[in-house]
Design a protein around this ligand. Structure first.
Ligand code: GDP
Ligand code: GDP
Length: 458
C-alpha cells in the first residue's frame, strides 16, 4: 500500500507551499489536459522511486470552535488515515500556543510524526531546530518550502524506510546492467506482472452515490461468479478474490461493501485516501460515473489521479436505465468533449441496478490489462521507432538533428517505452505525442496510458 502523509499545522505556516512542491510533477501532466483541475488537498507524489500520497489538511488553529471545529474534524480524519504526520511550524514566528495544542493532538495520535520548521531561509536553521523542542516532539527538521531547502533531507527521514515501488526497483536494476547489453527476450523478465494468485486486480472508483456498491454487488452476485472468502482485510479497502469463467480477479472495493449472507452492504463512507490507495494497488480501474449528472468536477479530479497512476482504465457510465434518448445523446456528446484526454479507454453504458451491460465490462478489463502488461521485445519497439522516425523526422536543435536510436520496455502497467538517443532533452512534447500515438496504433494498445521516457548519451 502506498504510504499516506498528512501535512498539519496552523494556517500560514506553509503547508500548501510544501504540498505544491511535493506534488508538482502532477501539475506538468495535468496541464496537458485542459479541463482537468488539480485537487488542492490530495496529491500523488514521488520521491526516489517511492510513490506516496500527501494530504494538505487545511489549517488547524489548535483551538477549534464553530466553523473551525468542522474544518478541524476533516483535518483530524485525514490524520487518522495517514501513515505519518508532518507537523509544520513557522520558524519565523516561533512557537505559539496553537502549535502546542496541535502538538497534543499529534502526540495522542500515536503514529509516526515529523516536526518540520519551515521558512528557515531568513533564520539560522540550528536555532529553528531547537526552538520548538518544548513541544516535546524532538528536534525540528528545518526547511524552506518556498525554496526547496532541506526538503530532500526531510523526505529521507520521512520516507526512507518505506519500500520502493516494485516497478521502480526493477527498472533501477536493469539500468544498472546497461539495458542495451541484455540479450533479446531477457530484458523484461523482472518487470513485475500481475501475481497469478490474485488475478487481475480491479478497483471500482468513483465519487459518492454514482453506484459503486450497487456495481460491486452486481458483479459479485452474478451467477457465473464464484466469490472466495476474503483473504484478510486491509486497513482500508477490502480485497475480494473471485473467479469468472476461467479468469481470476480480485476486486478492490473502496465502497466498503461487506457480505451479509447473500447480500453485500456498504458500511463505510467515501474516502479520497482509500480511493487513491486502491488506484495505486490495482491493475485496472473501473471508473464509475453517474449518467444522470454528467461529468462533474469531482469526477475529473479523481480521473486525474487515475491518469497519474498510469493504471489501465475502463469507464462505466452508470444509471443508463430509464434515460430519454435525448438525454443519452446529450451525455454522449458531453463525454466526447470533456473526456478526450482519456480517449484510450473503453466506455460502457450500464445499469448496475438492473445488471445491463455489467458483464461487458470484463471484456474491456481483459483487453486493457493485456495491453498494460504485454512484454514487447526490444527488436519490435526499436522497429516501430525506426519506422516512425523515417515517416516523420524529429526536429533540428541548434543545427543538429535529434537522433533516436533504439527503444526498450522499461516497465508495465503502465507500459513505459524507454527511447535511447542523442539530444533527447530537446524532443518536443508534440513529437513524444506522435511516438506515443504510433506505438498505441501499431501495438493496438487499448485502455492503458503509455509513458514515453528518454535516455541520453552520445
Ligand atoms: P498554509 O496556510 O499553511 O497552507 O501556508 P501557505 O503555503 O499558504 O504559506 C503561507 C505564506 O508563507 C505564503 O505567503 C508563503 O509564500 C509563505 N512561505 C511558505 N514557505 C515559505 C518559506 O520557505 N520561506 C518563506 N520566507 N516564506 C514561505
Ligand atoms: P456509491 O456511493 O457509489 O457506492 O453508490 P450506491 O451503490 O450506494 O448507489 C447510490 C444510489 O444510486 C442508490 O440509491 C442506488 O440504488 C442508485 N443506483 C445505483 N446504480 C443505479 C442504476 O444503475 N440505476 C439507477 N436508476 N439507480 C442506481
Amino acid at each position: 500500500m502506498v504510504p499516506v502523509i498528512a501535512l498539519v499545522g496552523r494556517p500560514n505556516v506553509g503547508k500548501s507551499t510544501l504540498f505544491n512542491r511535493l506534488t508538482k510533477s502532477r501539475d506538468a501532466i495535468v496541464a496537458e489536459y485542459a479541463g482537468l483541475t488539480r485537487d488542492r488537498q490530495y496529491g500523488e507524489a514521488k520521491w526516489q522511486g517511492r510513490t506516496y500520497i500527501v494530504i494538505d489538511t487545511g489549517g488547524l488553529t489548535g483551538d477549534e470552535e464553530g466553523i473551525d471545529a468542522k474544518m478541524a474534524e476533516q483535518s483530524l480524519q485525514a490524520m487518522e488515515e495517514a501513515d505519518a504526520v508532518m507537523f509544520i511550524v513557522d520558524a519565523r514566528v516561533g512557537m505559539t500556543p496553537g502549535d502546542q495544542m496541535i502538538a497534543e493532538h499529534v502526540r495522542k495520535l500515536n503514529k509516526r510524526y515529523f516536526l518540520v520548521a519551515n521558512k528557515v531561509d531568513s533564520i539560522d536553521p540550528d536555532l529553528a531546530r531547537a526552538e520548538f523542542s518544548p513541544l516535546g516532539l524532538g528536534d525540528a527538521l528545518p526547511i524552506a518550502a518556498a525554496h526547496g531547502r532541506g526538503v530532500s533531507y526531510m523526505l529521507e527521514q520521512a520516507l526512507g524506510s518505506f519500500p520502493k515501488d516494485a516497478a521502480e526497483q526493477d527498472v533501477a536494476e536493469q539500468e544498472g546492467e546497461g539495458a542495451e547489453q541484455v540479450a533479446e527476450g531477457e530484458e523484461h523478465k523482472r518487470i513485475p506482472g500481475p501475481s497469478d494468485k490474485d488475478g487481475i486486480k480491479i478497483a471500482i472508483i468513483g465519487r459518492p452515490n454514482v453506484g459503486k456498491s450497487t456495481l460491486v454487488n452486481r458483479m459479485l452476485g452474478e451467477e457465473r461468479v464464484i466469490v472466495y472468502d476474503q483473504a484478510g482485510t486491509t486497513r482500508d479497502s477490502i480485497y475480494i478474490p473471485f473467479e469468472r469463467g476461467e479468469e481470476k480477479y480480485t476486486l478492490i472495493d473502496t465502497a466498503g461493501v461487506r457480505r451479509r449472507g447473500k447480500i453485500f452492504e456498504a458500511v463505510e463512507k467515501f474516502s479520497v485516501v482509500k480511493a487513491l490507495q486502491a488506484i495505486q494497488d490495482a491493475n485496472v480501474v473501473i471508473f464509475v460515473m453517474d449518467a444522470r449528472e454528467g461529468v462533474v468536477e469531482h469526477d475529473l479530479n479523481l480521473l486525474g489521479f487515475v491518469l497519474d497512476s498510469g493504471r489501465a482504465l475502463v469507464i462505466a457510465l452508470n444509471k443508463w436505465d430509464g434515460m430519454e434518448p435525448g438525454e443519452r445523446d446529450y451525455v454522449k456528446t458531453e463525454l466526447e468533449r470533456r473526456l478526450f484526454f482519456v480517449d484510450f479507454a473503453d466506455i460502457h453504458f450500464i445499469s448496475a441496478k438492473h445488471g445491463t451491460g455489467v458483464g461487458n465490462l470484463y471484456k474491456s478489463v481483459q483487453s486493457s490489462f493485456q495491453s498494460a502488461v504485454t512484454r514487447w521485445p526490444t527488436s519490435r519497439l526499436t522497429q516501430i521507432l525506426e519506422d516512425a522516425v523515417r515517416e516523420h523526422q524529429p526536429p533540428m536543435v541548434a543545427g543538429r538533428r535529434i537522433k533516436l536510436r533504439y527503444a526498450h520496455l522499461g516497465g508495465a502497467n503502465p507500459p513505459i517505452i524507454v527511447i535511447h538517443g542523442n539530444q533527447v532533452d530537446a524532443v518536443p512534447k508534440s513529437y513524444s505525442r506522435y511516438l506515443e500515438n504510433t506505438y498505441r496504433r501499431v501495438l493496438k494498445l487499448v485502455g492503458t496510458p503509455i509513458r514515453i521516457e528518454y535516455k541520453g548519451g552520445e
